[in-house]
Write a protein that binds this ligand. Structure first.
Ligand code: GCV
Length: 721
């Protein structure tokens, strides 16, 4: 018999025997869990179609693909699948690029090869010498790697692999993460720990994280990374750092990920010893040419530069009386001989321009249409202000047909509750991509602008401001991993819908059990609207607290620039609330195509979700549901809180389907979200009530704190600032 004392000690010993990382492994493994299938029938079914793996090539990328197949299939099917280099036997999983395939197979797939682009892949069940096999192929080994991940996803999500016939190509060519990572290891707007890049230990020390990062990105088709913050530091372009960048590029290459850097416009002065950074000055032009040559000597597949110029204090061509075209084209000439591109950001608004901030980027950039060099792509945020919980699509989309425009989404949740709030962003991304610009009549969606199909552009791209950091779970919140995943999937195919993405992600990350998937998917799908409800309902925007943007701050009115103050955006007064951007106001609506402008201009047709973005309406304005604006707004705030309560309940009911660590993590985070949703509701309603002068309608909980209390809250060390 075991003594009571031993009974007490045993669990502790057992606990100590668990390797440290098994606590965190699941979180760390992202959507590449490769969970063992517990359905023997399914295992039998898959095994019967994959009796062996045939790797036809030996490149670094093929080795990565082979390892992935071995790890993935062995883990999921719970047995070792033999690997061979020749097609001998039947029901083999054969992979390799076009030229490695035997002539007969190539011929069989010739139509499919015609249909795919450089990064596209084919996954097909074929009959070869009277034996059935599954072939994964593409025009090069990176495309094959994408095919391999896609095949593994089929198995991860319990899909059939019978008679496969998948022919898939990405619709954009630059699918890129923007890291706002500083050289000192901090991350601007980063809420998941420090920067992944350990500049001090590079180039000699290659953190396993770099490899796992590349692998995760490749698995969703991301093919580029900008390592440094757009608020740039010129030092990254010095030999000391370029050597480190080169080391990272070497790690990422087999995964098909190109490295890009941010170019500080004043670098020729700061690190080049020149007196000017004027883009028309011959010494400056030459300096960038030489710098590019130096970079490409180290990194032959270097992607190019991302530039934030003359925006929020960053230097740019306007410092020398030049314009954005002059600046972008000068850099474009420097990287063109090496096949590089320049991604020039359109996030500009000026303290010297008194016009509506939402109009400024369009006003400045649209006249440049058609003047940029071929290897310049203009990077435009999804909305005209700044990554708000909801913004109408940016009017530049649909207004510059002669210029390739790339989308900039923000994956990190600067204005959406940091990494503590569960907000599934693909819903937001999809809403923007589906928006109709009417540039060429109905159906001219933002997605068609971005994938180049509307105006026949060859250079296309989607960027996402990364939410990745050194946290064990990469993104701070286990569900924020879904935003990284979803971004990659939408960058590959901007027409995918958020629900499909959520489904894939849940299955690959947590479980294939329908009892888990259904409620969790619903929770994810509603989560973005929930956040809008408790933060900025009915078109409100930019009412977050100052600087760090953490929590509500609708009262802030004392910042140096009018357009940095929340009061600039909501314009609440005794008469009502909202920013009049219609014909009677700033006329920002006129920047859209006539059909869209008309819809937004007219109170009767302006979608209520965008109401206060475009109109200043009275507190008694009647909403479509018959409520007054004040009551409707108050009820939306309350609804947001109620929805978070529901999320808490939904999650609590999932305990038996999830490992304890992730279950608890999400549970704790949801409690914070609930607390903060109430904070948002109470602070905003108390503040706006001063102007509406009305009681809270029935059904809205009374605040338990005063407005003064909320105003007194200060967060000097809020992360990411
Ligand atoms: C990198 C917003 C953010 C800034 C960010 C800027 C940008 O203003 O608050 O942190 O700077 O956007 O996108 O350049």
């Amino acid at each position: 018999m075991i003594s009571p004392k031993k009974l007490f000690i045993l669990p502790i010993v057992a606990l100590l025997m668990i390797p440290f990382d098994s606590f965190s492994q699941r979180d760390y493994k992202l959507w590449l869990q490769y969970e063992k299938k517990n359905n023997p029938e399914l295992v039998r079914e898959y095994s019967s179609k994959i009796s062996g793996i045939v790797s036809l090539e030996n490149s670094e990328s093929s080795k990565v693909a082979l390892k992935e197949l071995e790890v993935g299939l062995n883990d999921m099917l719970g047995k070792k699948i033999p690997v061979q280099s020749k097609i001998e036997g039947e029901n083999l999983l054969v992979f390799g690029s076009k030229l490695s395939l035997d002539a007969e197979i190539q011929k069989k797939l010739s139509k499919d090869f015609e249909a795919i682009n450089k990064d596209g892949f084919i996954i097909k069940t074929i009959s070869h010498k009277n034996k059935k096999h599954i072939v994964i192929t593409g025009k090069n080994d990176i495309a094959v790697l994408y095919g391999v991940f896609s095949f593994l996803r089929l198995v991860q999500t319990n899909k059939s692999i019978d008679n496969l016939n998948i022919v898939d190509s990405p619709k954009t060519n630059i699918r890129i993460l923007n890291h706002w990572d500083n050289l000192d290891g901090t991350v601007e707007r980063g809420y998941a720990g420090a920067s992944l890049w350990n500049w001090q230990k590079l180039p000699e020390f290659i953190d396993q994280r770099y490899i796992d990062y590349a692998r995760a990105n490749a698995s969703i088709g991301i093919n580029g990374t900008v390592l440094t913050n757009v608020n740039a530091n010129a030092l990254i372009l010095t030999p000391l750092y370029l050597e480190k960048v080169e080391a990272l590029a070497n790690v990422f290459r087999p995964y098909g990920i190109k490295v890009y850097l941010t170019a500080r416009f004043s670098a020729p002065i700061e690190i080049g010893g020149l007196k000017t950074a004027d883009p028309k000055d011959a010494t400056v032009i030459n300096w960038w040419k030489e710098k590019s040559k130096e970079i490409y000597k180290r990194i032959p597949d270097f992607g190019g530069f991302l530039v934030k110029a003359n925006s929020e204090g960053q230097p740019g061509p306007q410092n020398y009386g030049r314009d954005h075209v002059d600046g972008a084209n000068m850099l474009a000439d420097a990287v063109a001989p090496f096949g590089g591109v320049v991604m020039w950001r359109a996030f500009v608004y000026s303290e010297h321009d008194a016009s509506d901030r939402a109009k400024q980027a369009y006003s400045e950039f649209v006249p440049y249409d058609g003047r940029f060099k071929d290897n310049v792509i203009v990077q435009v945020k999804n909305g005209a202000i700044d990554f708000q919980p909801r913004e109408p699509f940016h009017p530049m989309f649909g207004a510059m047909p002669k210029t390739p425009l790339m989308m900039e989404f923000q994956i990190t949740q600067e204005y959406l509750g940091f990494s503590t709030h569960l907000v599934f962003l693909p819903k937001l991304f999809q809403e923007v991509l589906e928006a109709d610009t009417y540039q060429k009549g109905k159906g001219s969606t933002v997605a068609k602008v971005v994938d180049g199909s509307l105006d026949n552009h060859k250079l296309t791209g989607i960027a996402g401001v990364s939410n990745i950091g050194s946290d064990i779970n990469w993104t701070g919140h286990p569900f924020a991993q879904a935003n990284w995943y979803g971004f990659g999937r939408l960058a590959w195919d901007p027409y995918l819908d958020a629900e499909t993405i959520a489904d894939e992600w849940i299955r690959s990350t947590f479980s294939n059990d329908e009892n888990f998937i259904k409620p969790v998917k619903e929770m994810m799908m509603d989560s973005r609207e929930t956040a809008v409800n408790y933060m900025t309902p009915l078109g409100l925007h930019h009412i977050m607290d100052t600087g760090h943007h953490y929590g509500p701050g609708p009262w802030v009115s004392d910042l140096g620039r009018p357009d940095w103050n929340p009061v600039y955006y909501h314009k609440a007064d005794k008469n009502g609330i909202g920013f009049d951007r219609s014909k009677t106001g700033s006329n920002a609506t006129s920047q859209y195509a006539p059909e869209v402008a008309k819809m937004y201009d007219n109170l009767a047709t302006c979608p209520e979700k965008d109401l206060l973005w475009f109109h200043h309406v009275s507190w008694d304005y009647k909403l479509k549901n018959g409520r007054t604006l004040w009551d409707g707004m108050a009820l939306k705030y309350q609804q947001g809180v109620d929805q978070v309560e529901e999320m808490v309940k939904t999650w609590n009911a999932t305990e038996k389907y999830v490992d304890t660590e992730r279950f608890k993590e999400v549970q704790m985070l949801l409690q914070i979200q609930l607390k903060e949703a109430k904070w948002w509701r109470d602070a905003c309603l108390l503040y706006f009530q001063q102007y509406s002068g009305k009681q809270l309608p029935e059904g809205v909980e009374k605040p338990t704190q005063t407005l003064e209390h909320f105003k007194s809250l200060k967060f000097p060390f809020a992360p990411g600032n």
